[in-house]
Ligand binder design. Sequence first.
Ligand code: CA
Length: 250
Amino acid sequence: MRWQGWGVTDIGRIRKINQDAFRLHPDLNMWVVADGMGGHAGGEVASQLAIDTIGRYVDQHHTQSGPPHIEDRETILWGALEAANRAIRNQAREQTEYSGMGTTAVIVYISEDATSQAIIAHVGDSRAYLIQNDAMTLLMRDHTLVEERIELGLLTRAEASTHPLRNVLTRGLGIESTVKPSVSTHSLQPSDTILLCSDGLTKMMNDEEIFNVFRQHNHSLKEASQQLVDMANRLGGEDNVTVVVVGTET
Ligand code: CA
């Protein structure tokens, strides 16, 4: 089974710079999206630094003694996000114009032992979805204030979608000296697709609209990824938008 990824990032129709970033690592079976924040170019620097650090860290640990086991892969992703957190904080300390910069990151790392498994790790509100023939499933929970309130039963999902504080993160890379990533493992079928995206997509389109794009473009994941970005822009393009789509298309 050969998993392949496509990525598209776009500045959107309102913002003056694109602080999102993505990276495809087909050699590692790993794909990453990051959404930076902080003025004076800090957001751009933070998301790039996160992407670079994660790639380097996983590459070093992946190749040391051959492809690692699932538990080891989860530990590696955890370590990669901690390393990215340190790298961002160090840079912000050295160059005060970057003080306060931060970023989200979401990673999918696919293992192909007996069967394919997707390890998802994230910090922040960039998302990972599993897309199958008849359903689209969110594989993680946003690290946001509204998500915490939903879990406590204080808000419904519908109320959260229009809540004024819906973009406030509770965790991000570079924000605090320690970071607590969320990591989970999911079985994959050959016909499955993984979508990673920044909130520039999910602010403009709901899950059903996103799923419809995959239904209409199921012959080409590359077309589906471009179509998602185009639609987010047609619907207003309020933020930078980034999508990475991973599947077994040949
Ligand atoms: Ca964003």
